[in-house]
Design a protein around this ligand. Structure first.
Ligand code: GDP
Ligand code: ZN
Length: 458
């Protein structure tokens, strides 16, 4: 168990007028007190905030005017003593304050270490910790709500309920193994097993069905705009970015540290794929080759295929339709202000089931309908989105898939009349796999790896 005191800047660096340096650990209050003038922080009540001056104890030089909050364990995020020093947002000033806390004897926190401590001290479980990470990265309000619900422990409770049902089965199996001579015990066991495994199985499947939306909320709907030169791809991109709040996010740790562009369309985050490339490459298919462009297209969750209303459908257009076969495509017939040359009957044939939207980007027409079409693709055929626990995490999806598989083995075993202790193994394994989601049964290396994905100061 870690017991030293850590500190870090816990607000985004360089943003906002206020920055917070946060300390957590047994020495948090006394360390802060060593550089604070105004009050004896060792004496103040917990969960109070105090105005004063930060002074470098070596030189007695005034560093900053600050507000300091003191929160004593255990009612804190990490369940340790926490001190938050609110100072001016400038980079120099915040770093100076951080350095002072380090000079006093705290250690610079690793990425995610505050949240890791909250987890290790039992304040939150693993799926909640992962929700903190999602929250930091959330790109729309909707994604943020999903993360908040998960942080609030909704997924955890759901998973714990499923585990409880399986535990009841396992207990009943024990009874059965202890009293094999009673027929009615066996009957009860079988009935309960079938009932509980079925209901757990259904719930797992329901959760897995939410995974696609969850992934999109988390990572954005990978969107590629394709079309022949001059049909209006760049104009479409500009319209989308202009109409909606564009969110620029740095994605560290990916092979190329790209700056990705996100736009928020009715709560659906669109991640515009390789936009720079598409912007310059007037003809995606020609310029980067069919193979490479197929790859780019395959990364996409959504294709916006743009055509020109003032032109007939060409072979090139048809090739594009061919290349995006089987994907989610919205066909956009742009330039409706021009005299119509496109044959709509032919288009409907080529477009198949894909929705068709008409726009005149130059006259700002049709963008609303396009956005409706996008949100309909995202929320296809569903689901009560207001009160939904989305599965948004790759690790959770994998574990649930495995849990579903082992549970199905157990169910098949029951049907085939396998010995009960064989079925028991699969049910136990399912119970363990579900436990890994909330962190009851995970290895330490995984925990380290998970928390290392966090930003500094969280
Ligand atoms: P891209 O080559 O597909 O990226 O097409 P651009 O967005 O660069 O647009 C090509 C040309 O078409 C530009 O001159 C645009 O101003 C023009 N354009 C875009 N949308 C419309 C439209 O709805 N109507 C008309 N008449 N022109 C448009
Ligand atoms: Zn262009």
């Amino acid at each position: 168990m870690e017991t030293d005191t850590i500190s870090a800047i816990s607000t985004p660096v360089g943003e906002g007028a206020i920055a917070i340096v946060r300390l957590s650990g047994p020495e948090a209050v006394s360390l802060a007190n060593g550089i604070f003038q105004g009050k004896d922080l060792n004496e103040v009540n917990t969960h109070t905030i105090h105005y004063g001056k930060l002074v470098d104890p070596k030189t007695n030089e005034l560093v900053e005017e600050v507000m300091v909050s003191v929160m004593r364990a255990p009612k804190t995020f990490t369940r340790e003593d926490i001190v938050e020093i609110n100072c001016h947002g400038g980079l120099v000033s915040v770093n100076r304050v951080l350095e002072l806390t380090l000079a006093q004897g705290s250690r610079l926190a690793e990425p995610g270490e505050f949240t890791k401590r909250a987890f290790l001290n039992g304040r939150i479980d693993l799926s909640q910790a992962e929700a903190v990470m999602d929250l930091i990265r959330a790109k729309t309000d909707r994604a943020m709500n999903v993360a908040l619900k998960q942080m609030d422990g909704r997924l955890s409770r759901l998973i714990q309920n499923l585990r409880q049902e399986l535990l009841e089965v396992l207990a009943q199996v024990e009874v059965n193994i202890d009293y094999p001579e009673y027929d009615d015990v066996e009957e009860m066991t079988n009935e309960m097993m079938i009932h509980n495994t079925k209901s757990v199985h259904q719930e797992i499947e329901r959760l897995l069905r939410t995974a696609k939306q969850g992934k999109i909320l988390r990572e954005g709907l990978g969107t590629a705009i394709v079309g022949r030169p001059n049909v209006g791809k760049s104009s479409l991109m500009n319209a989308l970015v202009h109409e909606n709040k564009a969110i620029v996010t740095e994605v560290p740790g990916t092979t190329r540290d790209v700056i990705e562009e996100y736009v928020n369309v009715r709560g659906v985050p669109l991640r515009l794929i390789d936009t720079a490339g598409i912007r310059e490459t007037e003809d995606l298919v020609e310029k980067i080759g069919v193979e490479r462009s197929r790859q780019v297209l395959q990364e996409a969750d959504l294709i916006l295929l743009v055509l020109n209303n003032g032109d007939t459908i060409t072979e090139e257009d048809k090739k594009l339709f061919e290349a995006v076969k089987g994907m989610d495509v919205i066909v956009i017939v742009n330039k409706t202000d021009l005299p119509q040359q496109i044959d709509m009957g032919e288009l409907r044939e080529v477009a198949g089931n894909h929705p068709i939207v008409t726009t005149s980007l130059i006259e700002e027409q049709g963008i609303d309908q396009l956005e409706t079409a996008i949100s309909e693709i995202f929320f296809e055929g569903d689901i009560d989105t207001g009160d939904m626990t989305y599965l948004s995490n790759v690790r959770h999806v994998q574990l649930l898939n495995q849990a579903k598989d082992t549970l199905e083995e157990a169910m098949q075993g029951m049907e085939a009349g396998m010995p009960i202790d064989m079925v028991q193994i699969d049910v136990t394994r399912t119970w363990e796999l579900l436990g890994e989601i909330v962190g009851d049964t995970v290895q330490e290396s995984l925990i380290d790896q998970l928390f290392s994905q966090f930003c500094l100061g969280k």
